[in-house]
Design a protein around this ligand. Structure first.
Ligand code: S3P
Length: 432
């Protein structure tokens, strides 16, 4: 599918984006650890999160929809599925399920689409193997498909070399089924939805974070099943960020409704502020997560250096690169090597596509340099990556863009096209 963005306009609009992807995945997966009915409002119905829910069903969960709520009832014991478990494009699905399934009896095979099957899985497989997991995978135990023979695992004291919420979540789940408490350390606090939600369900998890945001978590084995979730999933600040950038680059105004304001998720908005946009955060409630609105007013943008707190804005870097492309002066992103192993190599994808738009950009091993300039009409290769496709759709507000493989947008943000209509003229070609 090709997305042809023809023209954009200045706007003052409200955006109610789709539900948070990270939290929705966790609702589906963590329901399996509970007793009783989990009630989930505003579950994200995108390809990735529907795959997580489908897998929960294959593992024995009963799922039904009632009055706009998804209700999930876990089986007494996780059921051995009679087919492979398909995770589509989603790293979160495959990695978090690995931790759960490696520690629950049964045989499981996890796989995904051509992009997911290229992404590194050793970061979860190795620490799980070290505590006794029976896992094997293609490419010497690194690439999906992954085969797991679930069994009883040992407790651990593991210091992760990377700040990854997916690795952390997999190991926390494994630790809940061990016989003694475990310790997980990460070099920088990654998004903490797993800790917040599992604690909310009654798990005993103690977290210590120091002033450098180094993090140590103690996880105690489950004595009983967890209480069910009763949650309204907030909207996704990462999805909303495309419209924040849209406002920033067109001198417009965007009001983003009901997103999580969790500090591990809104750092990119802080950078946009540093570049010159005017931003207000309006906290409205705080149960599992702080939730509220964000208002963005576009102003002249200037170049910025982004080298810190990278895990808190990693998913928004492609969209930020669009603001950098039109800002006055040079911007630099460093310490962001993880970008190379996301849904695509996002360092390469950002730089190659910006060059096609006439913007001076250079790849670094762990980031890029961008010199702001005048954008020209271009054909964009999204590399099958939803966030690359949506980022360059936003750049289409300034010059016509033809974006290839735009169907990936449905993996995370199906309502994108409807909202985009408010601010741009576009056509979709080749949709079947
Ligand atoms: C996610 C964690 C992040 C993020 C991804 C979603 C999650 O990856 O990039 O889009 O829901 O746990 P890491 O595992 O690298 O933190």
């Amino acid at each position: 599918m090709i997305l042809k963005v023809l023209k954009g306009k200045r706007f003052k609009e409200e955006f109610v984006v789709d539900a948070d992807k990270s939290i929705s995945h966790r609702c589906a997966i963590f329901s399996l650890l509970s007793e009783g009915e989990n009630k989930i409002k505003n579950y994200l119905k995108a390809e990735d999160t529907l795959n997580s829910l489908e897998i929960a069903k294959k593992l024995g969960a009963e799922v039904r929809e009632e009055n706009n709520e998804i209700i999930i009832k876990a089986p007494e014991k996780i059921k051995e599925p009679d087919d492979v478990l398909y995770c589509g494009n989603s790293g979160t699905t495959i990695r978090i399920y690995m931790g759960l399934l490696a520690s629950n009896e049964g045989f499981y095979v996890l796989t995904g689409d051509e992009y997911l099957r290229r992404r590194p899985m050793k970061r979860v497989i190795n620490p799980l193997k070290n505590i006794g997991a029976n896992i094997d995978a293609r490419d010497n135990g690194n690439l999906a498909p992954i085969a797991i023979r679930g069994n009883k695992l040992k407790n651990f004291n593991y210091e992760s070399p990377i700040a990854s919420a997916q690795v952390k979540s997999a190991l926390i789940l494994a630790a809940l089924y061990a016989n003694k408490p475990s310790i997980y350390k990460e070099p920088f606090l990654s998004r903490d939805h797993t800790e917040r939600m599992l604690k909310g369900m009654g798990a005993k998890i103690d977290q210590k974070i120091n002033e450098n945001n180094e993090c140590e978590i103690e996880i105690f084995p489950l004595e009983n099943k967890l209480s069910p979730l009763n949650i309204t999933v907030p909207n996704d600040p990462s999805s909303a960020f495309f419209f924040a950038v849209a406002a920033a680059i067109t001198n417009s105004q965007a009001i983003i409704k009901n997103v999580t304001l969790n500090p591990t998720r809104i750092e990119a908005y802080r950078i946009l502020e540093k570049m010159g946009a005017e931003i207000k955060y309006i906290l409205k409630e705080d149960k599992y997560e702080p939730i509220g609105d964000i208002e963005i007013k576009g102003k002249e943008l200037k170049g910025v250096e982004v080298t810190q707190n990278i895990p808190w804005l990693i998913d928004e870097l492609p969209a930020l690169s669009i603001a950098m492309a039109v800002a006055d002066g040079k911007s630099i992103v460093r310490n962001a090597k993880e970008l190379r192993v996301k849904e695509s190599d996002r360092i390469k994808a950002v730089v190659e596509n910006l060059k096609r738009c006439g913007i001076e950009a250079k790849e670094l091993e762990d980031g890029y340099e961008i010199i702001g300039g005048k954008v020209k009409e271009a054909k964009i290769d999204s590399f099958g990556d939803h966030r690359i496709a949506m980022s360059f759709a936003i750049l289409g507000l300034l010059a016509p863009m033809e974006i290839e493989k735009a169907e990936s947008i449905y993996t995370s943000f199906p309502n994108f096209f409807n909202l985009f209509k408010k601010i741009a003229d576009y056509r979709i070609i080749d949709a079947n």
